[in-house]
Design a protein around this ligand. Structure first.
Ligand SMILES: [Zn+2]
Ligand SMILES: [Zn+2]
Ligand SMILES: [Zn+2]
Length: 112
């Protein structure tokens, strides 16, 4: 009698950190960078480096480590990627209105 099975291996998606992308019904594990990161809204809505160069960008990305805002890989200057290469800050967030996904450059993973 009394053999209630508690706990063992039950996955509870109960916190914001656990809200990872579900692909084909299978939860994808996220890397440590993403697991410990959460969305941060951009402080500015321009790529300052493009502005300084007189160039244009397509989309903006926010560095979650220092708040740097740079342009995405669809933009010709790719300042967000250059920022990662220069600083090794691994995680960016989309700075586009309505988008709240994160991307880890180190592990090439994303979550939303
Ligand atoms: Zn990572
Ligand atoms: Zn730029
Ligand atoms: Zn940074």
């Amino acid at each position: 009698m009394g053999g209630a099975h508690c706990g063992g291996g039950i996955y509870l998606a109960s916190t914001a950190f656990d809200s990872i992308r579900i692909d084909n019904g299978v939860p994808m594990p996220v890397c440590q960078h993403l697991a410990h990161s959460h969305y941060v809204a951009p402080k500015v809505h321009v790529c300052a480096e493009c502005v300084a160069m007189g160039d244009e960008w397509v989309h903006l990305r926010t560095c979650l480590h220092c708040g740097h805002v740079g342009c995405c890989d669809s933009s010709k200057n790719r300042h967000a990627t250059k920022h990662f290469q220069a600083t090794a800050h691994p995680v960016i967030a989309s700075a586009q209105p309505g988008e709240k996904w994160l991307w880890c450059y180190v592990d090439q993973q994303w979550k939303e």
